[in-house]
Design a protein around this ligand. Structure first.
Ligand code: AMP
Length: 274
């Protein structure tokens, strides 16, 4: 596995690789990230992963400085998963001084995470566009764990005519249903025990909506379930799967999405509604 820390090293490493599959991450890797690596690997192209904790996607009062970092552990996991090249840029490489250009996002970026974290998706889109320009992958793999993010990136690629195929990868979960996340390590033991209630509430609500129960009442009950489990729900919403616009009644393609605070950790999850 090659490691590139400068643009010169990256260019030298990618020169002879041909079409690549790209997996962008912020590190602190877990089996969810590794499922993206496995999907990329299964596509048959050489795999490039990046690790970059992107300051632009954190708000001023968010956890940029406390975000978990474990470069040695990450590199060992990437090597074991058959990754061919790891790109480890530093902040000045990604954000040269006097930057005047960023990506502006609207549409699917507007609501939900976009409302809770107003600069988040512009930061994500900007760094992903830069990474695409540096690596120029044929395909890029994103986790459905961040459902709205996949829609925002897909829309950016469509709108800016970027020559890359976006491949969504299903959510990897712990045995009790909790969606894997780098931030789960910050859950205290009783919080970790309560955390699967998010997935449980979403699966229950999805079943009820699919069976024809009223959407508003079902979402209300799901928020109640989360509160009973000790969470502070931010949103539980039935949305159009791609535009992220709310749906008052079930119409396909639909997705049930939620965010809730548990202790100091913000949990995200989503499920299909069959
Ligand atoms: P992050 O390092 O949190 O920025 O995540 C990097 C990529 O891994 C993103 O595309 C995430 O959606 C994806 N990812 C994170 N957790 C999971 C999970 N539990 N299942 C699938 N993909 C995930």
């Amino acid at each position: 596995m090659k490691i590139a820390r400068t643009l010169t090293e990256l260019q030298a490493a990618t020169k002879t690789m041909g079409d690549t599959a790209f997996v962008p991450t912020m590190g602190a890797l877990h089996s969810g990230h590794l499922s993206l690596l496995a999907a990329a690997k299964a596509g048959g192209r050489p795999v490039v992963a990046s690790i970059f904790v992107n300051p632009a996607q954190f708000g001023p009062n968010e956890d940029y400085n406390r975000y978990p970092r474990d470069e040695a552990g990450d590199l060992a996991q990437l090597e074991a998963s058959g990754c061919d090249l790891v790109w480890l840029p530093d902040v000045p490489t990604m954000y040269p001084a006097h930057t005047a250009t960023t990506i502006h996002v609207s549409g699917p970026a507007t609501r939900w995470e976009g409302a809770a974290r107003p600069t988040h998706f512009a930061g994500v889109a900007t760094v992903v566009a830069k990474l695409f320009g540096q690596i120029r992958p044929a395909a890029a793999y994103f986790g459905e764990k961040d459902w709205q993010q996949v829609q925002v990136i897909s829309r950016m690629v469509e709108d800016l005519l970027l020559p890359v195929k976006i491949v969504p990868v299903p959510i990897a979960r712990d045995a009790d249903g909790l969606a894997l996340s780098s931030r789960n390590r910050f859950l205290l033991p009783p919080e970790r025990a309560a955390a699967p209630a998010l997935y449980a509430a979403l699966t229950k609500a999805a079943k009820h909506i699919a069976a024809g129960k009223e959407v508003a009442a079902t979402l209300h009950n799901a928020r109640h379930d989360l509160a009973v489990a000790g969470m502070v729900p931010d949103y539980v919403a039935l949305v159009h799967a791609h535009s992220l616009e709310p749906l008052a009644a079930l119409a396909q393609p639909a997705r049930l999405i939620a965010a809730a605070k548990l202790g100091h950790v913000r949990l995200l999850d989503n499920v299909p509604v069959a």
